[in-house]
Design a binder for this molecule. Structure first.
Ligand code: IMP
Ligand code: MG
Length: 178
């Protein structure tokens, strides 16, 4: 693929595939027999979600949500702007939220509260990547693909200004290089 930045591979495509299958197998055991709704947070989760749901040996309903994330100070109050909401009810059902990366934790903290208000039977969170050193609010995360240092990463759904989501590996962008 044509790139205008230098991108250093951090996690290879095969490592991501192996780990996704591992998580899928664990979730398939844990969630057997449940009335499962898989919630993907757009846009970043679409690639990991597509891979993970295919690694689930379960009946699932898939739905998407898109929220606006503000970087400001008021965000810890739990307010969140929903740009696109789920197209199904989650009351009494088991919810699995799929995220690309947890950074400050604010997005998931808010989304989790919004979904909790709808009285699901349970909420689980799975993320491809976790940057714990950047956390501002604690969120209970059930499955983490890979824990990474404080790098800005792209690929597997993650973007830099809208680009590089389709890279099949996770890479670190080195700025200023053509
Ligand atoms: P949080 O609310 O700070 O946890 O933000 C999570 C969101 O920030 C993710 O869903 C990503 O869209 C974005 N994000 C955080 N770190 C990165 C990164 O290294 N690369 C690309 N997007 C990121
Ligand atoms: Mg995102």
């Amino acid at each position: 693929m044509k790139k205008s930045h230098h991108i250093e591979t951090l996690i290879s495509e095969s490592d991501i595939q192996r780990r996704t299958r591992e998580i899928g197998a664990a979730l398939s055991k844990e969630l057997a027999g449940k009335d499962l709704v898989v919630v993907g947070l757009l846009n970043g989760s679409f690639i990991f979600m597509a891979d993970l749901v295919r690694a689930l040996d379960l009946d699932v309903e898939v739905s998407f949500m898109r929220v606006a994330s503000y970087g400001g100070q008021t965000v810890t109050t739990g307010e969140v702007k929903i740009l696109h909401d789920l197209d199904c009810t989650i009351q009494g059902r088991d919810v699995l939220i799929i995220e690309d990366i947890i950074d400050t934790g604010l997005t998931l903290y808010k989304v989790r509260n919004v979904l909790k208000d709808r009285q699901p039977a349970s909420i689980r969170i799975v993320t491809l990547l976790d940057k714990p050193s950047r956390r501002r609010v604690e969120v209970p995360v059930d499955y983490v693909g890979f824990t990474i240092e404080d790098h800005f990463v792209v690929g597997c759904g993650l973007d830099a200004a809208g680009r590089y989501r389709n890279l099949p590996y996770i890479g670190v962008v080195t700025p200023g290089e053509a």
